[in-house]
Ligand binder design. Sequence first.
Ligand SMILES: CC(=O)SCCNC(=O)CCNC(=O)[C@H](O)C(C)(C)COP(=O)(O)OP(=O)(O)OC[C@H]1O[C@@H](n2cnc3c(N)ncnc32)[C@H](O)[C@@H]1OP(=O)(O)O
Ligand SMILES: O=C(O)CCC(=O)C(=O)O
Length: 384
Amino acid sequence: MSNVYIVDTTLRDGEQTAGVVFANEEKVQIAKMLAELGVYQIEAGIPTMGGDEKEAIKKICKLDLGVSIMGWNRAVIKDIEESIDCGVDAVAISISTSDIHIKHKLKKDRDWVLKSMVDATKFAKKHNLYVSVNAEDASRSDMNFLIKFAKEAKEAGADRLRYCDTVGMMEPFSIYEHIRQIIDEVGINIEMHTHNDFGLATANTLAGIRAGAKYAGVTVNGLGERAGNAALEEVVMALKYIYKNDLGIKTNLLKEVCEYVAKASGRVLPLSKTIVGLNVFAHESGIHTDGVLKDSKTYESFSPEEVGLERQILIGKHSGRNAIVAKFKEYDIDLTPEEAEEILKMVRSLSVQLKRSLFDKELIYLYNEMREEKIKDVNLQNNI
Ligand SMILES: CC(=O)SCCNC(=O)CCNC(=O)[C@H](O)C(C)(C)COP(=O)(O)OP(=O)(O)OC[C@H]1O[C@@H](n2cnc3c(N)ncnc32)[C@H](O)[C@@H]1OP(=O)(O)O
Ligand SMILES: O=C(O)CCC(=O)C(=O)O
């Protein structure tokens, strides 16, 4: 598989999540973190909004982070002028290609869409900008029109076409067919921009890449409109471990970046959040823990350190003897098989009472309780 470039839109589509606002310093910090992570391009925001948004984009451009900074625009010359004023090196020029959007949102026709896109693209190219022409609602567009749109974008000088599954209506098999058809008939670079309305954003991005798309548009934590976008951490790790395509992203920084964005967006990371959730490397079940203790590959696709996490072995209702023995060894206590069996029974009973796994301190209490019972028994037997 050819190389894939990560285009991060946390600062644009991510911030479009209803209710999410980043402070300007947070926008700048996120841009710095993304650059450090090693993404190819940062879609920093929407210059034509003006005010704070424009200020933040200007600041990001001035930082000279060594990555491409893109401004998002409608297919409107004034929008692109605002982007140029910010100092971006790349622009996204977006316009809808589906009839439902053209008729009911833009209230125009297909010819107007083509002309607006071509005029805006030519204007941006005249200003030496890298241009992504974005086909909004591409996945619900008539394929013949989408192909015509892509051909005209290419002729006008577009560097790539962003294929937007705007309302997340696609599934991997059909998106694969769409992307193949565009590449075969137009020969233009494609960026996948997928939404997660049916939980398929990452799968659809991977399918597009498999069909030949070279760019993956993603957001940290899958932030984005409605159910969000394809998550950066999922796409990067899936490419590395499922497609064996290491993009050279500094994945050990993922936990830090995801936690920062979670805090800045006010969206707490669920414990079982894919890739970076605290529970992703926590094992409790006896059979799993036994396997992991023998060789972590038995129940982990990659090691926690790769994404900045640590493995946790929890002791609770579903634990087995081997985990109990290993846990007490951490405290220099060598349990006999009988002791491990006895403690396991106590662990199960206490876990059910408390409805959770146990803290190490509680395990030590149980151990002391067991020892005291044993001493009492011996004393009883000896009539002491
Ligand atoms: C699917 C997506 O994520 S698209 C990106 C969406 N992001 C945002 O909307 C966030 C930022 N948006 C904004 O700040 C504002 O909407 C602005 C600055 C872009 C425009 O603001 P306003 O001038 O107040 O217009 P408003 O938002 O009410 O309506 C959008 C207008 O843009 C038009 N428009 C929408 N998309 C496009 C497009 N891609 N190309 C050209 N015109 C467009 C609409 O038809 C509408 O025009 P109308 O006023 O003639 O009916
Ligand atoms: O990226 C674009 O230009 C389109 C906007 C978008 O986020 C989408 O269609 O999902």
